[in-house]
Ligand binder design. Structure first.
Ligand code: ADP
Ligand code: F6P
Length: 324
């Protein structure tokens, strides 16, 4: 293996740059050339390949976003675009590809593997929603950003004795809501993986007030519903007027990656290169109990369902179950 390439696809996530840097450094360590494919699968199809140097990645380890840019390119599920990508990869004499992205992006890597081209995935998404791995690059940073914002919101919520509903990202996963919600000491966490009863949520915030709290904080995962709709429904049932809603939105995808995201991104980046060299393909890197793990894309994504941290979700319920 003499030349490898790396691309980032789907939503960007803090720590992607750390993975790219490790892929370059590990590639150089093995005497290879490392190409960056810009703009995800779109750039792959259009042939936007650029030889990476240490200069390209310097100072990026500590930065959010992705230096390779990202794009959503749904056309890549069609065989003719995959063939075009294959032609580009051959034209640029690339021997293996590393795809940093979510499970959608892994399907693209799998398609190339099925066409006979070696490709490996690295989980990069703030949503933490990939089966198998307990960790995806960017999740820890997104939770940290969300928590910082929620802490600030709780200052003003307390000063006005208000109820705030904070919508966090996660697509159809509730992981950011659970971690940020528990860390912030929220009165309730609402996630798509679990149903909820609005009356029970109202009772929960009321019991918090009765027990001495001056404000209420509800963390709502975006996969449940939009915050405005939630506030309208909550207000109607609670008969409480001073309720405010805020969607943290894309600020959760920005900012410097945490130490955890930088460390695991580098570990997975370096090991993805080693796996390509050792002839592996159609797999993705992951982390289980703080250690590197590898997963088969077909076996894991098709057969395994993701589970949330039920223990943490229950912890929040227990800690806020005051006199219900
Ligand atoms: P994520 O990778 O974060 O799950 P998406 O689901 O948007 O994000 O997927 C990112 C990109 O991966 C898509 O824009 C498309 O280019 C590619 N992709 C998604 N699904 C497939 C598929 N079934 N086959 C091939 N490529 C796919
Ligand atoms: O997958 C990452 C993510 O930020 C999700 O949490 C969110 O639902 C989605 O991407 C937003 O996508 P876009 O940036 O295209 O609006």
């Amino acid at each position: 293996m003499k030349r490898i390439a790396v691309l980032t696809s789907g939503g960007d996530a803090p720590g992607m740059n750390a993975a790219i840097r490790a892929i370059l450094d590990q590639g150089l360590h093995h005497g290879m050339e490392v190409y960056g494919v810009y703009y995800g699968y779109k750039g792959l199809v259009e042939g936007d390949f650029r030889l990476l140097s240490v200069h390209d990645v310097q100072h990026r380890l500590k930065m959010g976003g992705t230096l390779l840019y990202s794009a959503r390119f749904p056309e890549f599920s069609q065989p003719e675009y995959q063939e075009q990508a294959l032609t580009q990869l051959r034209k640029h004499k690339i021997d293996g590809l590393i795809v940093i992205g979510g499970d959608g992006s892994f399907q693209g890597a799998l398609a190339l593997t099925k066409l006979g081209f070696p490709a490996i995935g690295i989980p990069g998404t703030i949503d933490n929603d990939i089966p198998g791995t307990e960790y995806t690059i960017g999740f820890d940073s997104a939770v940290t950003v969300a928590l910082d914002a929620i802490d600030k919101i709780s200052d003003t919520a307390a000063s006005h004795e208000r109820t705030f509903v904070v919508e966090v990202m996660g697509r159809s996963a509730g992981d950011i809501a659970i971690w940020a919600g528990v860390a912030a000491g929220a009165d309730a966490i609402i996630i798509p993986e679990d149903g909820f009863d609005m009356m029970e949520i109202v009772e929960r915030t009321r019991s918090g007030r009765r027990s001495g709290k001056d404000h209420s904080l509800i963390i709502l995962a975006e996969g449940v519903m939009k915050v405005d709709e939630f506030v309208t429904r909550y207000t109607t049932i609670a008969q409480e007027q001073d309720v405010r809603g805020i969607a943290l939105s894309h600020i959760q995808r920005g900012g410097a990656p945490t130490a955890r995201d930088r460390v695991f991104a580098q570990l997975m980046g370096a090991k993805a290169v080693d796996n390509l060299i050792n002839g592996h393909s159609g797999i993705y890197m992951g982390i289980i109990q703080e250690r590197l793990a590898t997963f088969d894309i077909v076996e894991t994504l098709k057969k395994e369902s993701r589970s949330i941290r039920q223990d943490l979700f229950q912890l929040n319920k227990d800690l806020t179950d005051r006199d219900l």
